[in-house]
Design a protein around this ligand. Structure first.
Ligand code: ADP
Ligand code: MG
Length: 729
């Protein structure tokens, strides 16, 4: 049986040889990246300066400059063994995509040259029809364009077929609408900078640039390739649709920060090395709560580059996994009853004068900048929490949010005792009338002294909160492990940008109308925001039922499933905020709404089909075979003259098996009927809701009985690798 041969294969693996001691990381770090330093060696000083100026002013790069850069990039790539190049982009499938072209070009004299110019660098034309477009693409304009993103460095991807120069690009339709995760991210970063800089200039006149920073933490599972291949559900849906919880599982919680198994460690070291070559600054590695679950996290970077690096890391993980005969599971909930995986997004903003805007200062004056940023972020989340909820919605994440292990579907913000105290002080003590001179001194805003060092060290926190302040950044913990970080980042950047604009308008209105001093105006406006966003703050246990009840009283939304959370995209206020900042137009929002509903629908449709197939083709036959074995035994006992009481247990087993078999069968049949009804619906959004309400509830019902059968049937006859086998490395 495949299950047993797979198990044997998994247990006879030898770790592949990896090179991890011969060099220092600094010797090969970013070796395959066309970094600024390398660019300088391949183009003139003038071209380099021109490029940097365009990038920092968000200006278009002229043709001539692009031509020089293309030549430099090509020369570097070819010198390092690349034969082809690709525009690397992030379509709304959630994966990365590539369109490869060769550098080589035949010439008239029958020879060939390596050619690559500005036109190849700047723009390409992949077939947009093979990527989701949400109705934006008409058949007569199937074309889509990828366009170079000069803010993220090109890199060389190594494979057994040779090296390829990868150029990070955005992906847009023929008519200019964005079809990817990167274009809106770049726009949101620009919007954030535009809105935040003037406010920062109140406090720091020298600052000329604001950078959004992101440090993600990626959780994942590792399972053996052979066992993975023996589980069709893992292969086709990324999660186990069936499977009983093992006797020794997570209950012991001895895995967290425990010793990393050799095989996993070997994989991690290899992954880190490959990541470092690609300039991904991975730093930490450790076990997670669940068996076979791990995490890696880099040093934080500028938001756009960090997003690219996370997408790249997910690709690299798969590649390195192959070498180690391991499958990397990025699904949010691969195993029932075992902790799921998330992708924490640590977010902040910094200035080109070296300040982290969310780092509490040492003096009351510098604290005012911190307080301004802090309160505005909270106010933004309070106002637009539903868009954040929409951004983290996916079929996979539905299993996490709301289960008692990951943040709930209710968005709230945790800030800790010390800062709660500070905010309460401001809300109580700042007066509503003019002149609050020396206010920051009066209020003793020595925030730095009030926050315990332990919090600044980033070790103390409320791990149940979806949006937690962790000393000098906010940690958004509800993003799914397979998601593109951009989906969360676009939202946070945009809503914070919007909030900062509002803040500036409010402060300046007070100054103009009442002749209020700037500091006084700032404090009064912040006070209002604190009062207005009080509802979003929560310090307690987010997993508890009390919180769900309390949140309801506060009017916070608790939407547990994707198709309903996605509806938040189309709320007028939300459409307006993205449009106002030029991040996404209404049409682009509609397209995304449609695509994300479609993605959800496809996922649960495939899951439904597979559950049915597994039950009918694998589970039911195994149960029947076992039942027949027992019946044979009963007949033999009978003919040997034993009393019925002697095979009572066997008879009971036969009945139990029959009952669960009947339940599996009838629920699978009913699910198929429900699917037929849903499939008649044409539009994606209502169809997704129908699947969610009518089909998905069968998954658990079927699983309950199938898992009971797993626990009853003779181990030797059970066809699918069991949890205890998959979850052992
Ligand atoms: P955890 O305790 O949540 O596992 P980690 O130390 O693993 O914390 O991760 C913290 C993450 O926060 C790292 O990826 C780190 O780079 C990131 N980080 C630290 N400072 C900032 C900042 N100013 N902006 C964005 N991310 C940051
Ligand atoms: Mg974390």
């Amino acid at each position: 049986m495949l299950r047993f041969s797979a198990f044997d294969e998994a247990n006879s693996r030898n770790n592949p040889e990896i090179d991890f001691i011969s060099h220092k990381v600094s010797d090969y770090y970013a070796q395959n990246v066309f970094t600024d330093d390398k660019l300088k060696n391949y183009v003139s000083n003038k071209v380099y300066k021109q490029l940097k100026e365009c990038v920092s002013n968000n200006q278009k790069i002229d043709r001539e400059t692009a031509e020089h850069i293309a030549q430099g990039m090509k020369n570097w790539a070819i010198e390092h063994g690349a034969k082809s190049y690709t525009h690397w982009f992030q379509p709304l499938t959630g994966l990365t995509a590539e369109k490869h072209d060769s550098f080589f070009e035949p010439t008239e004299n029958g020879k060939a040259i390596e050619s690559f110019g500005a036109s190849n660098l700047v723009q390409q034309e992949p077939d947009a029809s093979s990527f989701p477009n949400g109705g934006i693409r008409q058949t007569f304009e199937a074309r889509g364009y990828t366009a170079w993103d000069p803010t993220s460095p090109a890199f060389l991807m190594d494979s057994k077929f040779g090296k390829t120069l990868c150029i990070p690009t955005i992906f847009i339709s023929y008519t200019g609408e964005t079809l990817d995760f990167k274009a809106p991210l770049l726009k949101s970063i620009e919007a954030l900078e535009k809105a935040v800089l003037p406010v920062v200039n109140y406090f720091d006149k020298a600052a000329t640039k604001i950078t959004a920073t992101l440090g993600w933490e990626q959780e994942y599972f590792l399972v053996d390739e052979a066992l993975y291949n023996a589980r069709p559900d893992l292969r086709y849906t990324g999660r186990t649709l069936l499977g009983a919880i093992p006797a020794k599982g997570q209950q012991l919680e001895d895995h967290y920060f425990g010793a990393i198994p050799d095989r996993a460690l070997n994989f991690m070291i290899d992954l880190e090395r490959e990541s470092h070559i690609l300039g991904i600054p991975i730093r930490t590695r450790h076990n997670e709560v669940a068996p076979c679950q791990f995490e890696c996290a880099p040093m934080f970077e500028e938001c756009n580059v960090a997003v690219d690096h996370n997408q790249l890391l997910m690709d690299v993980m798969e590649k390195i996994g192959k070498k180690h005969k391991l499958k990397v599971l990025l699904h949010e909930k691969p195993f029932k009853g075992v902790n799921g995986s998330g992708k924490h997004n640590n977010w902040s903003m910094s200035t080109d004068t070296g300040k982290n805007l969310l780092s509490p200062g040492k003096t009351p004056k510098t604290n005012l900048l911190f307080l301004t940023t802090f309160v505005n972020v909270i106010a933004a989340v309070a106002k637009y929490s539903d868009v954040l909820r929409a951004a983290i919605a996916s079929a996979g994440n539905d299993h996490r949010l709301g289960a008692n292990e990951a943040p709930p579907a209710i968005i709230s913000v945790f800030i800790g005792k010390a800062l709660t105290h500070v905010l309460n002080d401001v809300a109580e003590k700042v007066s509503d009338t003019k002149s609050n001179q020396l206010l920051t001194e009066d209020l003793k805003l020595h925030i730095h002294n009030q926050i315990p060092d332990i919090l600044l060290d980033n070790t103390d926190r409320n791990r149940t909160s979806p949006f937690a302040f962790t000393g000098n950044k906010f940690e958004i913990r509800a993003t799914g492990s397979s998601a593109n970080c951009s989906s969360t980042m676009v939202v946070i950047n945009t809503i914070v940008a919007d909030q900062f604009l509002r803040f500036k308008t409010d402060v300046e209105a007070l100054i103009a109308k009442e002749g209020e001093k700037k500091e006084g105006a700032i404090m009064r406006v912040l006070k209002n925001y604190i009062i207005e966003s009080q509802n979003i703050l929560f310090e307690g246990d987010n997993y508890s039922q009390e919180w769900a009840d309390e949140a309801e009283k506060r009017g916070l939304k608790n939407v547990r499933t994707t198709p309903y959370a996605l509806d938040f995209w189309m709320v007028k206020e939300n459409v307006d905020v993205f449009a106002r900042h030029g991040v996404l137009s209404e049409r682009e929002m509609e397209a995304r709404y449609d695509i994300f509903n479609h993605n959800y629908l496809l996922k649960v449709q495939i899951e439904g089909r597979l559950i049915g197939e597994l039950c009918v083709n694998n589970i039911i036959p195994a149960a029947i075979q076992y039942q027949n074995n027992i019946l044979d035994n009963i007949l033999k006992m009978k003919s040997a003259g034993f009393d019925t009481s002697m095979y009572k247990a066997q008879s009971e087993l036969v009945v139990d098996l029959s009952n669960h078999l009947a339940q599996v069968k009838s629920n699978v049949d009913a699910m198929i009927e429900a699917r037929k009804v849903c499939n008649k619906i044409e539009e994606n959004a209502p169809k997704a809701k129908a699947y969610c309400d009518q089909v998905v509830p069968f998954f658990d019902k079927i699983r309950y009985h199938a898992d009971k059968l797993e626990q009853l049937v003779d181990n030797q006859l059970w066809p699918l690798p069991k949890y205890r086998e998959i979850l052992s490395l």
